[in-house]
Design a protein around this ligand. Structure first.
Ligand code: ZN
Length: 288
Protein backbone atom coordinates (compact mmCIF):
# COMPACT_ATOMS: atom_id res chain seq x y z
CA UNK A 1 0.00 0.00 0.00
CA UNK A 2 1.55 3.20 -1.16
CA UNK A 3 1.22 6.90 -0.32
CA UNK A 4 -0.07 9.14 -3.08
CA UNK A 5 0.63 12.84 -2.65
CA UNK A 6 -0.40 15.73 -4.84
CA UNK A 7 2.37 17.84 -6.31
CA UNK A 8 1.71 21.36 -7.52
CA UNK A 9 2.21 22.34 -11.18
CA UNK A 10 5.72 21.53 -12.35
CA UNK A 11 5.95 18.75 -9.76
CA UNK A 12 6.64 21.25 -6.98
CA UNK A 13 5.96 20.25 -3.40
CA UNK A 14 5.52 23.76 -2.00
CA UNK A 15 3.16 26.64 -2.73
CA UNK A 16 2.82 30.18 -1.41
CA UNK A 17 -0.33 32.29 -1.41
CA UNK A 18 -1.25 35.62 0.20
CA UNK A 19 -4.72 36.86 1.18
CA UNK A 20 -5.37 40.54 1.90
CA UNK A 21 -8.62 42.13 2.96
CA UNK A 22 -10.86 45.15 2.62
CA UNK A 23 -9.71 46.64 -0.71
CA UNK A 24 -7.99 49.78 0.55
CA UNK A 25 -5.74 52.02 -1.56
CA UNK A 26 -2.72 50.71 0.34
CA UNK A 27 -3.26 47.43 -1.54
CA UNK A 28 -1.60 49.11 -4.54
CA UNK A 29 1.70 49.33 -2.71
CA UNK A 30 1.28 45.79 -1.40
CA UNK A 31 0.68 44.44 -4.90
CA UNK A 32 3.62 46.33 -6.35
CA UNK A 33 5.90 44.59 -3.84
CA UNK A 34 4.28 41.18 -4.37
CA UNK A 35 4.74 41.52 -8.14
CA UNK A 36 8.40 42.30 -7.50
CA UNK A 37 8.79 39.04 -5.57
CA UNK A 38 6.59 37.03 -7.93
CA UNK A 39 4.07 36.25 -5.18
CA UNK A 40 0.37 35.89 -6.06
CA UNK A 41 -2.45 37.06 -3.85
CA UNK A 42 -6.18 36.97 -3.36
CA UNK A 43 -7.71 40.33 -2.52
CA UNK A 44 -10.94 40.13 -0.55
CA UNK A 45 -13.23 42.96 -1.51
CA UNK A 46 -16.50 44.39 -0.18
CA UNK A 47 -18.33 45.16 -3.40
CA UNK A 48 -20.46 48.00 -2.04
CA UNK A 49 -17.40 49.78 -0.59
CA UNK A 50 -15.53 49.97 -3.92
CA UNK A 51 -14.46 53.55 -4.68
CA UNK A 52 -15.62 54.87 -1.30
CA UNK A 53 -13.68 57.97 -0.25
CA UNK A 54 -14.98 58.42 3.30
CA UNK A 55 -12.74 56.94 5.99
CA UNK A 56 -9.74 55.06 4.67
CA UNK A 57 -9.86 55.46 0.85
CA UNK A 58 -10.87 52.32 -1.01
CA UNK A 59 -9.73 50.93 -4.33
CA UNK A 60 -11.82 52.03 -7.28
CA UNK A 61 -13.18 49.62 -9.86
CA UNK A 62 -10.39 50.71 -12.22
CA UNK A 63 -7.76 50.13 -9.51
CA UNK A 64 -9.04 46.60 -8.97
CA UNK A 65 -9.01 45.86 -12.67
CA UNK A 66 -5.51 47.27 -13.19
CA UNK A 67 -3.60 46.32 -10.07
CA UNK A 68 -5.32 43.08 -9.10
CA UNK A 69 -6.89 41.34 -12.07
CA UNK A 70 -4.64 42.51 -14.92
CA UNK A 71 -1.62 41.55 -12.80
CA UNK A 72 -2.91 37.97 -12.35
CA UNK A 73 -4.16 38.20 -8.78
CA UNK A 74 -7.62 37.14 -7.61
CA UNK A 75 -10.63 39.09 -6.42
CA UNK A 76 -12.76 37.31 -3.82
CA UNK A 77 -15.89 38.00 -1.79
CA UNK A 78 -15.57 39.67 1.62
CA UNK A 79 -19.28 40.39 2.22
CA UNK A 80 -21.11 43.29 0.61
CA UNK A 81 -21.27 45.02 4.01
CA UNK A 82 -18.38 43.26 5.77
CA UNK A 83 -20.64 41.33 8.13
CA UNK A 84 -19.55 38.36 10.29
CA UNK A 85 -21.69 35.41 9.22
CA UNK A 86 -21.59 33.66 12.62
CA UNK A 87 -23.70 36.42 14.19
CA UNK A 88 -26.09 37.03 11.29
CA UNK A 89 -29.42 35.44 10.44
CA UNK A 90 -29.19 32.89 7.60
CA UNK A 91 -31.06 35.17 5.23
CA UNK A 92 -28.59 37.98 5.90
CA UNK A 93 -25.58 35.70 5.38
CA UNK A 94 -26.97 34.73 2.01
CA UNK A 95 -27.75 38.32 1.11
CA UNK A 96 -24.37 39.75 2.18
CA UNK A 97 -22.38 37.07 0.35
CA UNK A 98 -24.59 36.89 -2.73
CA UNK A 99 -24.82 40.68 -3.16
CA UNK A 100 -21.03 40.89 -2.99
CA UNK A 101 -20.60 38.04 -5.44
CA UNK A 102 -23.17 39.38 -7.91
CA UNK A 103 -21.64 42.86 -7.73
CA UNK A 104 -18.05 41.74 -8.26
CA UNK A 105 -19.00 39.42 -11.12
CA UNK A 106 -20.97 42.15 -12.86
CA UNK A 107 -18.24 44.74 -12.50
CA UNK A 108 -15.41 42.51 -13.66
CA UNK A 109 -17.16 40.11 -16.03
CA UNK A 110 -15.76 36.97 -14.44
CA UNK A 111 -16.76 34.21 -12.05
CA UNK A 112 -16.00 35.05 -8.40
CA UNK A 113 -16.38 32.04 -6.08
CA UNK A 114 -13.75 32.53 -3.37
CA UNK A 115 -14.24 34.25 -0.03
CA UNK A 116 -12.60 35.40 3.18
CA UNK A 117 -14.89 35.68 6.19
CA UNK A 118 -15.25 39.30 7.33
CA UNK A 119 -14.85 40.44 10.91
CA UNK A 120 -15.24 37.67 13.52
CA UNK A 121 -16.19 35.30 10.70
CA UNK A 122 -17.07 31.88 12.05
CA UNK A 123 -15.20 32.23 15.33
CA UNK A 124 -18.23 33.60 17.21
CA UNK A 125 -21.81 32.38 16.90
CA UNK A 126 -25.08 33.62 18.32
CA UNK A 127 -28.80 33.37 17.71
CA UNK A 128 -28.60 29.62 17.14
CA UNK A 129 -26.29 29.96 14.14
CA UNK A 130 -23.76 27.14 13.67
CA UNK A 131 -20.72 26.65 11.48
CA UNK A 132 -22.59 23.98 9.50
CA UNK A 133 -25.36 26.47 8.72
CA UNK A 134 -22.92 29.16 7.61
CA UNK A 135 -21.15 26.67 5.36
CA UNK A 136 -24.46 25.60 3.87
CA UNK A 137 -25.38 29.23 3.12
CA UNK A 138 -22.04 29.73 1.35
CA UNK A 139 -22.48 26.53 -0.65
CA UNK A 140 -26.00 27.59 -1.61
CA UNK A 141 -24.71 30.80 -3.18
CA UNK A 142 -21.84 29.06 -4.98
CA UNK A 143 -18.86 29.95 -2.79
CA UNK A 144 -16.26 27.15 -3.01
CA UNK A 145 -13.77 28.17 -0.33
CA UNK A 146 -13.61 30.60 2.57
CA UNK A 147 -10.58 31.68 4.57
CA UNK A 148 -11.07 31.30 8.29
CA UNK A 149 -8.90 31.82 11.35
CA UNK A 150 -8.06 29.37 14.11
CA UNK A 151 -4.49 29.55 15.26
CA UNK A 152 -1.29 29.22 13.25
CA UNK A 153 -1.12 26.47 10.65
CA UNK A 154 2.55 25.75 11.18
CA UNK A 155 2.47 22.30 9.61
CA UNK A 156 1.71 24.22 6.37
CA UNK A 157 -1.12 21.83 5.63
CA UNK A 158 -3.66 22.17 2.87
CA UNK A 159 -7.22 22.72 4.10
CA UNK A 160 -9.23 19.68 5.08
CA UNK A 161 -12.38 21.80 4.92
CA UNK A 162 -12.33 24.48 2.21
CA UNK A 163 -14.86 26.57 4.18
CA UNK A 164 -12.46 26.70 7.12
CA UNK A 165 -9.23 27.37 5.25
CA UNK A 166 -6.80 28.23 7.99
CA UNK A 167 -3.81 30.41 7.04
CA UNK A 168 -0.27 29.76 8.22
CA UNK A 169 -0.15 33.12 9.98
CA UNK A 170 -1.08 36.79 9.99
CA UNK A 171 1.83 38.99 8.88
CA UNK A 172 1.94 40.70 12.29
CA UNK A 173 2.42 37.37 14.05
CA UNK A 174 5.68 37.72 16.01
CA UNK A 175 6.79 34.33 14.66
CA UNK A 176 5.97 35.02 11.01
CA UNK A 177 9.57 35.41 9.82
CA UNK A 178 10.68 32.22 11.53
CA UNK A 179 7.66 30.38 10.09
CA UNK A 180 8.65 31.56 6.60
CA UNK A 181 12.24 30.47 7.15
CA UNK A 182 11.08 27.11 8.46
CA UNK A 183 8.87 26.69 5.38
CA UNK A 184 11.60 27.38 2.83
CA UNK A 185 14.00 25.12 4.73
CA UNK A 186 11.74 22.05 4.44
CA UNK A 187 13.81 19.49 2.56
CA UNK A 188 11.63 16.80 1.01
CA UNK A 189 14.61 14.51 0.45
CA UNK A 190 14.83 14.18 4.23
CA UNK A 191 11.14 13.57 4.96
CA UNK A 192 9.81 10.13 5.80
CA UNK A 193 7.12 8.82 3.47
CA UNK A 194 4.03 9.76 5.49
CA UNK A 195 5.25 13.36 5.86
CA UNK A 196 5.66 14.10 2.15
CA UNK A 197 2.28 15.87 1.87
CA UNK A 198 2.38 19.13 -0.14
CA UNK A 199 3.14 22.24 1.89
CA UNK A 200 1.39 25.61 1.62
CA UNK A 201 2.55 28.86 3.16
CA UNK A 202 -0.56 31.03 3.42
CA UNK A 203 -0.12 34.58 4.73
CA UNK A 204 -2.98 36.99 5.45
CA UNK A 205 -3.46 40.53 6.65
CA UNK A 206 -4.52 44.05 5.70
CA UNK A 207 -2.18 46.28 3.70
CA UNK A 208 -3.10 49.33 5.81
CA UNK A 209 -1.49 47.62 8.80
CA UNK A 210 1.91 48.18 7.16
CA UNK A 211 1.04 51.89 6.98
CA UNK A 212 -0.33 52.03 10.53
CA UNK A 213 2.71 50.27 11.96
CA UNK A 214 5.18 51.88 9.58
CA UNK A 215 6.71 48.48 8.86
CA UNK A 216 6.54 47.91 5.10
CA UNK A 217 10.05 46.47 5.40
CA UNK A 218 8.45 43.39 6.98
CA UNK A 219 6.74 42.73 3.66
CA UNK A 220 10.10 42.97 1.90
CA UNK A 221 11.67 40.62 4.43
CA UNK A 222 8.93 38.05 3.80
CA UNK A 223 9.12 38.58 0.04
CA UNK A 224 12.87 37.97 0.08
CA UNK A 225 12.47 34.77 2.10
CA UNK A 226 9.48 33.34 0.24
CA UNK A 227 9.82 34.73 -3.29
CA UNK A 228 11.75 33.48 -6.31
CA UNK A 229 12.12 29.84 -5.22
CA UNK A 230 12.47 27.19 -7.93
CA UNK A 231 10.70 24.59 -5.80
CA UNK A 232 7.65 26.75 -5.05
CA UNK A 233 4.41 27.44 -6.92
CA UNK A 234 3.11 30.98 -6.49
CA UNK A 235 -0.66 30.98 -6.84
CA UNK A 236 -3.87 32.67 -5.82
CA UNK A 237 -6.24 30.94 -3.40
CA UNK A 238 -8.52 29.97 -6.29
CA UNK A 239 -5.69 28.55 -8.39
CA UNK A 240 -4.76 26.33 -5.45
CA UNK A 241 -8.38 25.28 -4.92
CA UNK A 242 -8.96 24.46 -8.60
CA UNK A 243 -5.71 22.56 -9.03
CA UNK A 244 -6.36 20.51 -5.88
CA UNK A 245 -9.88 19.65 -7.04
CA UNK A 246 -8.45 18.48 -10.37
CA UNK A 247 -5.94 16.27 -8.54
CA UNK A 248 -8.75 14.84 -6.42
CA UNK A 249 -10.63 14.00 -9.64
CA UNK A 250 -7.98 11.50 -10.74
CA UNK A 251 -9.40 7.98 -10.99
CA UNK A 252 -7.44 4.94 -9.93
CA UNK A 253 -7.78 1.19 -10.20
CA UNK A 254 -8.33 -0.69 -6.95
CA UNK A 255 -4.68 -1.77 -6.83
CA UNK A 256 -3.57 1.79 -7.62
CA UNK A 257 -1.50 0.90 -10.68
CA UNK A 258 -3.81 2.46 -13.30
CA UNK A 259 -4.45 6.19 -13.06
CA UNK A 260 -6.76 8.13 -15.35
CA UNK A 261 -6.94 11.91 -15.63
CA UNK A 262 -10.49 12.92 -16.63
CA UNK A 263 -9.75 16.66 -16.23
CA UNK A 264 -8.53 19.31 -18.66
CA UNK A 265 -5.39 19.92 -16.61
CA UNK A 266 -1.99 18.33 -16.49
CA UNK A 267 -1.53 17.01 -12.97
CA UNK A 268 1.56 16.14 -10.96
CA UNK A 269 1.79 13.76 -8.05
CA UNK A 270 4.17 11.34 -6.40
CA UNK A 271 3.85 7.80 -5.17
CA UNK A 272 6.16 6.85 -2.32
CA UNK A 273 8.56 9.58 -3.32
CA UNK A 274 8.59 8.83 -7.07
CA UNK A 275 7.37 11.72 -9.27
CA UNK A 276 4.69 11.32 -11.94
CA UNK A 277 2.79 13.62 -14.25
CA UNK A 278 -0.37 12.88 -16.18
CA UNK A 279 -1.77 14.74 -19.17
CA UNK A 280 -5.47 15.57 -19.60
CA UNK A 281 -7.32 12.45 -20.76
CA UNK A 282 -4.27 10.24 -20.25
CA UNK A 283 -4.29 6.81 -18.62
CA UNK A 284 -1.06 5.99 -16.85
CA UNK A 285 0.08 2.52 -15.87
CA UNK A 286 2.61 2.34 -13.11
CA UNK A 287 4.64 -0.67 -12.02
CA UNK A 288 3.34 -2.76 -9.14
ZN1 ZN B 1 -12.21 42.69 6.51
Amino acid sequence: MRYYFMRYPGGKAKAVTFSYDDGLKTDIRLLERLNHYGIKATLNINNSFIGRTSGKPKLTQEDIQTYILDAGHEVAVHGDNHRAPGILRSVDIIRDVLDCRLGLEKRFGRIVKGMAYPDSGVRIFQGGMTYQQVRQCLQDVGIVYARSLSGDNTLFRMPEDWYAWNPSAHHANPNVVSYAEEFVAIDFSKLSSAWRYPRLFYLWGHSYEFDNNNNWELLDTLGQILGGKEDTWYATNMEIYEYTKAYESLETSADGTIIYNPTLRKIWFEIDGKPYEIEPGQTLKIEE
